[in-house]
Write a protein that binds this ligand. Structure first.
Ligand SMILES: Nc1ncnc2c1ncn2[C@@H]1O[C@H](COP(=O)(O)OP(=O)(O)OP(=O)(O)O)[C@@H](O)[C@H]1O
Length: 310
């Protein structure tokens, strides 16, 4: 295991942000840490990288306790923080050089690492430009380059696609996969379920400072494989219809999203007629009806009764 977290606790005054969490991350994984805002993801990450004091438990990275081997651990990890951390008045090349030195590179390995990192994120041709003139997506890519020049064994990315255009987002997701194929283990936090489904091999879902489910993507979906997701497009929104559908046999959860009712139901419950009746009784028409297998988002919904984006 490249990361082992044992019984870790973080308190802020009376409240508990991370509540006795255990997790192990395999070398070679793209490990998705998923949860809604405030779940405790950033706090977990901040403890791993020494930015937040650990109130209880221990974290080992590459087999070493991070409190006792701070320098060793820091030199083997690359951190892509949630808030972009680059110097706007430096060029892209100067930025990556600065961070490369911080991570302990010098001489020809520094030069080579900087070149490779900038080429990797597609910014080599614009390396002499001041980063303040970059677009949001380019700044995010530069943020990644700063974390990888020293070829870390473990790369930690905290919500690296927040607030960027779809093209840069895609580029970032592809680069996560490429970094992984080149030998880095990646920890990737997000509240975008689709991203995690697309790139991660292993997933841990946090909520209220606790782990509520963990395993491979397939294992997590297996948790609710006895269920299906029924989406009903309705013509008129009524807030009581969801409550009525929840009372139907076999229904686990029902949420209203714009014009759509999303119903998680036990497979083969033969309750679709009743669901349609409940919609019609609410005075609405059924515009469309669709049944599909659950996604990770549905796993979260079933486990917590809430959507990830509430
Ligand atoms: N410095 C702090 N002081 C007090 N409370 C904090 C502090 N940092 C985080 N918290 C609280 O700890 C809990 C977990 O927050 P955290 O930022 O780790 O969540 P998160 O899952 O990373 O969410 P987000 O996606 O919004 O970053 C929240 O209730 C938050 O308000």
């Amino acid at each position: 295991m490249i990361v082992e977290v044992r019984n870790i606790v973080k308190r802020y005054g009376e409240s508990i942000a991370v509540d006795h969490v255990n997790l192990s991350i395999k070398e070679g994984a793209i490990f998705g840490l998923l949860g809604p805002n405030g779940a405790g993801k950033s706090t977990m990450i901040n403890m791993m990288i020494g930015l937040a004091r650990i109130d209880g438990g221990e974290i080992k990275i590459l087999g070493k306790d991070i409190k006792k081997h701070e320098m060793f651990v820091k030199s083997h990890i690359g951190i892509v923080p949630q808030d972009i951390a680059i110097f706007e008045d430096l060029t892209a090349e100067e930025n990556v050089t600065f961070f490369g030195k911080l991570y302990g590179l010098k001489g020809s390995s520094l030069k080579q690492g900087v070149e490779e990192a900038l080429a990797f994120v597609g910014l080599w041709d614009r390396r002499k430009q001041f980063s303040k003139n970059y677009s949001g997506g380019m700044k995010r890519r530069l943020n990644i380059a700063c974390a990888i020049a020293h070829k870390p064994k473990l790369i930690i990315m905290d919500e690296p696609t927040v607030g960027i255009d779809p093209q840069s987002r895609n580029l970032i997701l592809q680069s996560v996969k490429a970094l992984n194929q080149m030998g880095s283990t990646v920890i990737y936090t997000s509240h975008y379920m689709e991203e995690v489904e697309e790139i991660c091999t292993d997933v841990t879902i946090m909520d209220h400072g606790k782990i509520i489910a963990q395993g491979t993507k397939e294992e997590l979906k297996e948790l609710i494989s006895s269920e299906e997701k029924i989406t009903v497009e309705i013509s008129t929104i009524s807030h009581t219809v969801g409550e009525n559908i929840k009372k139907i046999d076999g229904v686990r959860e029902c949420t209203l999203r714009d014009q759509y009712l999303e119903v998680i139901s036990q497979k083969n419950s033969k309750n679709t007629g009743e669901i349609i009746d409940a919609v019609l009784e609410s005075g609405s028409k059924v515009q469309s009806f669709n049944v599909e297998s659950p996604t990770l988002e549905d796993v979260f919904l079933t486990l917590t009764g809430r959507s990830l984006r509430d």
